[in-house]
Design a protein around this ligand. Structure first.
Ligand code: RNT
Ligand code: ZN
Length: 419
């Protein structure tokens, strides 16, 4: 038997096994096919971007490692993303930061970015069957400092308000162009390295800035706001904490972004889904893997991510939760990092979709808690991987570890020549 015959055979057996516990595998695969992942552009170049500005600094974003072959310009980044598309099944999105505009050789400051800097991206994305999402960029700039939108200095605050407003206008154009809302994330690092006696002041300034930024309503873009626990060199206080954005999001009906690296390490992000969905319209995820801190390691199929996927599916919220990725590992092959992270995310959602939820809920309703626990535990070992392999086969992409050689080949032909 060749590999595809084996995959088919295992899939047929798995299908029967799942049917016996009330799971329709074919329906599951149809759903997985529609699960879009918003692929972050910044794994390809270690969050560098294509600005021609000097004096970068501040903002607490740090990619570690110096593996050769990072994308140095727009063409290389696009080529890398096109390669990634061949390694994963399904149609996805690309999440751009404002610093990834097509600035040519011009110096374009953050308060000068315009939709025209992104028309090339929009056209390319359309050709490649990708939808775009967007982010304002307030880190890595001479005016970043410790405080941006919460800065008591009005001129600095206004600079970042202007930048963020411009980013929303760009997102609106992207959404219009692709006929699908562009989701724009707002994350600012604002905080304090050491004790501050002005917690209230900075938070009230951030609220005022957001009100000004969001005063303009748009139809083709959606806003989301991302909190953080702390940043490097800003350990003692974060203006945009989870409480802050949860409150703001609930009050103003904005999406909250849940980054899996932005909470206490034993805190369950999965548990937040059902609460947020009751009080905010939708949710944005930054699927990431924190090792000891917000380290942005490549996403793997671990308990945190499978629980998260399961909670979303249990809440029947696949249409309300947007799945973005956020990791940047500069110490390994970057295309391989994308492939692992996206495939692992899809595997988590597949596991969620394959859960025998009707039976589990029946046990729970009957107070049969041993039975519930036993089935939950046994579910972990059911042949979901046979279904996953079949998903890859059907999508005409590498089955199992076969993508390793494809990544190696691309490295040999393309990325190793960049230097
Ligand atoms: C930083 C946030 C933020 C960034 C990206 C690059 O801690 O997670 O989402 O990683 O915007
Ligand atoms: Zn994030």
């Amino acid at each position: 038997m060749n590999k595809s015959e084996l995959v088919q055979k295992s899939y047929d057996i798995a299908k029967e096994r799942y049917a016996a516990i009330g799971v329709d595998v074919e329906a599951t695969l149809e759903k997985l096919q529609k699960v879009q992942v918003s692929i972050h552009c910044w794994q390809a170049d270690d969050v560098t971007g294509f600005e021609n500005l000097k004096n970068m600094g501040g903002g607490g974003i740090q990619a570690t490692g110096n593996y050769p072959g990072k994308a140095r310009n727009i063409d290389e980044l696009r080529s890398d993303i096109e390669k990634v598309q061949t390694l994963v099944g399904g149609d996805h999105r690309l999440n751009l930061h404002a610093i990834y505009g097509d600035f040519g050789n011009k110096v374009v400051d953050r308060n000068e970015v315009e939709p025209s800097h992104f028309t090339g991206w929009m056209q390319w994305a359309k050709e490649k069957n990708l939808m775009l999402d967007f982010n304002s960029t307030s880190f890595g700039h001479p005016k970043s400092g410790d405080l941006t939108l919460a800065n008591p200095d009005k001129s600095i605050r206004d600079f970042w308000i202007d930048h963020t407003k411009r980013c929303r206008a760009i997102s609106e154009e992207m959404g219009k162009f692709q006929n699908d809302p562009c989701i724009m994330n707002l994350w600012v690092h604002d905080g304090s390295k050491d004790l501050t006696v002005n917690r209230y002041l900075y938070r009230s300034l951030l609220e005022k800035s957001l009100d000004e930024i969001y005063a303009q309503e748009y139809k083709n873009m959606k806003d989301c706001i991302e909190s953080k626990l702390f940043g490097i060199a800003l350990e003692s206080y974060t203006v945009g904490s989870h409480d802050f954005y949860l409150g703001y999001g609930a009050k103003k009906q904005k999406m909250v972004t849940l980054d899996m690296g932005h909470f206490h390490l034993t805190e369950s992000v999965a548990d937040k889904i059902s609460s947020l969905l009751l009080f905010t319209p939708e949710i944005m995820l930054h699927v990431s893997r924190a090792v000891r801190w917000d380290s942005d390691h490549v996403v793997l199929l671990n308990d945190e991510i499978t629980e998260l996927a399961k909670e979303i599916i249990r809440a029947d919220a696949l249409s309300k939760v947007h799945i973005g990725l956020d990791f940047f590992d500069a110490s390994i092959n970057r295309i391989g990092a994308y492939a692992i992270g996206i495939r692992s995310t899809q595997k988590a959602f597949l596991q969620g979709l394959l859960e025998p939820i009707a039976k589990l809920r029946e046990y729970e309703a009957n107070g049969q808690y041993f039975e519930r626990l036993a089935l939950l535990e046994e579910t972990k070992g059911l042949p979901w991987n046979a279904v996953w392999d079949y998903f890859c086969l059907k999508n005409n992409i590498a089955v199992g570890e076969d993508y390793i050689t494809e990544v190696q080949q691309y490295e040999k032909d393309v990325t190793s020549k960049r230097n």
